[in-house]
Write a protein that binds this ligand. Structure first.
Ligand code: ARG
Length: 459
């Protein structure tokens, strides 16, 4: 026997292995709701344009709702022999309503059908990413508000650089995740055009109304070239590119949380809800969620590269290679959503160890730049000379095994005779951060301005 949907010209059915390599139902069943929405819009349009009768359209509409509730109820008999979600739905529709089911595929191909289903699915994921990112930004903003003036070390090269504030560090991620949100929103805007009506590749001779189906499915309009409509998957790639960049940000934050929760740093305490223990070492409290976020990010990058590779050699228009688009995007989207949710939970629950942050902020000669700036401002030294003088003082402190504020005035004056007592005021970490009031700087006053701005943005 041969396939009921396309088997007219075939005498024999496919080999079992052919069936196995060809079938996508195992994963594209996730497009059921989108497939049925697309079919309902298409059927309504076929009736409105007089291509099928109103009674057939009504039978199709009702039948599709039954199919949807069967699938949602979890008792739908998915069949590998029927290849994919499109033919599984149509075959079941035929069982339920009979002959009118065969009219649904008029002026349509699985090529525009799958393109529309997948666009609808990816569009939903852009919206899901948007809400998940908003939640994460809220969590970070909560941390920033609590610690707008908590002093911590800022790093370059993971070496102590200058004191910064906890709030400022949290807001740095708010900025990154806001740009990620904008990337998803931008991709969504561009993908929101309907391929439905492109048919197999060339359009159709039936008097269809593509504006009508586009509108019914929430698209801004129909795509303008039928070949492009069935051939490209750049919308999925844009989603994965935005996901990859967002994932990279998540991974950096995850890495910081792993470092910060170590016994050497003790910058944060992760809550019990986001930590795990060891089966042998009773003292352990591991930041597994952060580690798994960091690791899962690799799958998102991988999916992005995999789909780029699938697409890069394909001549126009549709090739069956493109069936491989879905698992990559599903996996990337699932892991991104999981990582975003886990990160939001971890960030909301974590507790900064404020005293440890403060001690760490004052070590490693973190206010050396403040000293150099003081020499410029007070003694009128060129910055390069001030840098050199300060370097000598750092070397002296290092030799004595102390920090800059512990040097005596006599020590200081042995390096530069004009240094006065006033210098000690700029060597404290609170002074250091409070002085950095340039726009976007780490001063608590600046941080509070930015917090207020973000609160307004997030509503
Ligand atoms: N299952 C297919 C896919 O996901 C649907 C499109 C099939 N079209 C075709 N001409 N074989 O890509």
């Amino acid at each position: 026997t041969s396939n009921a949907m396309w088997g007219g010209r075939f005498a024999a059915g496919p080999d079992a292995i052919m069936e196995a390599i060809n079938a996508s139902i195992g994963f594209d069943k996730r497009l059921a709701a989108q497939d049925i929405a697309g079919s309902r819009a298409h059927a309504a349009m076929l009736a409105a344009t007089g291509i099928i009768s109103p009674s057939d359209a009504e039978a199709i509409r009702e039948g599709l709702l039954t199919v949807l509730s069967e699938i949602e109820g979890g008792d739908f008999p998915f069949s590998t022999a029927l290849e994919d979600i499109h033919m599984n739905v149509e075959a079941r529709l035929k069982e339920i309503i009979g002959e009118p089911a065969g009219r649904l595929h008029t002026a349509r191909s699985r090529n525009d059908q799958v393109a529309v289903d997948f666009r609808l699915w990816v569009r939903d994921q852009c919206d899901a990413a948007d809400s998940a990112l908003a939640a994460l930004m809220e969590a970070l903003l909560g941390q920033a508000e609590a610690g707008a003036d908590w002093v911590m070390p800022g790093f370059t090269h993971l070496q102590v650089a200058q004191p910064v504030t906890w709030g400022h560090h949290m807001l740095a991620y708010v900025e990154m995740f806001a740009r990620d949100r904008a990337r998803f929103a931008d991709a969504r805007k561009r993908m929101n055009l309907s391929p439905l009506g492109a048919a197999a590749l060339a359009g159709t001779s039936f008097p269809i109304d593509r504006e009508m189906t586009a509108e019914a499915l929430g698209f801004d309009g129909p795509m303008s070239n039928s070949l492009d409509a069935v051939a490209d998957r750049d919308f999925a790639l844009e989603f994965m590119a935005a996901s990859s960049i967002c994932a990279m940000h998540l991974s950096r934050l995850a890495e910081e949380l792993v470092i910060w929760s170590s016994a050497q740093f003790r910058f944060v305490k992760m809550s019990d809800r986001w930590s795990t223990g060891s089966s042998i070492m009773p003292q352990k409290r591991n930041p597994d969620a952060a580690e798994l976020i960091r690791a899962k990010i690799g799958r998102i990058f991988g999916a992005n590269v995999a789909l780029m590779t699938v697409m890069k050699g394909l001549p126009l228009t549709y090739s069956k290679d493109m069936q491989e688009d879905k698992e990559q995007v599903f996996d990337a989207a699932d892991n991104l959503m999981l990582a975003l949710a886990a990160m939001s939970g971890m960030v909301a629950d974590m507790e900064a160890q404020v005293d440890n942050l403060r001690v760490a902020a004052a070590t490693g000669f973190s206010t050396a730049t403040d000293l150099a700036d003081w020499l410029v401002r007070t003694l009128g030294l060129p910055f390069r000379d001030a840098h050199h003088v300060t370097g000598s003082l750092v070397a002296m402190a290092e030799g004595k095994g102390c920090d800059l504020p512990e040097l005596s005035l006599a020590d200081m004056q042995s390096v530069h005779a004009d240094i006065t007592d006033a210098v000690f005021e700029v060597l404290g970490v609170d002074n250091s951060v409070a002085s950095r009031t340039s726009y976007g700087g780490t001063a608590p006053s600046q941080v509070r301005l930015q917090i207020a701005r973000w609160k307004e943005v997030l509503g």
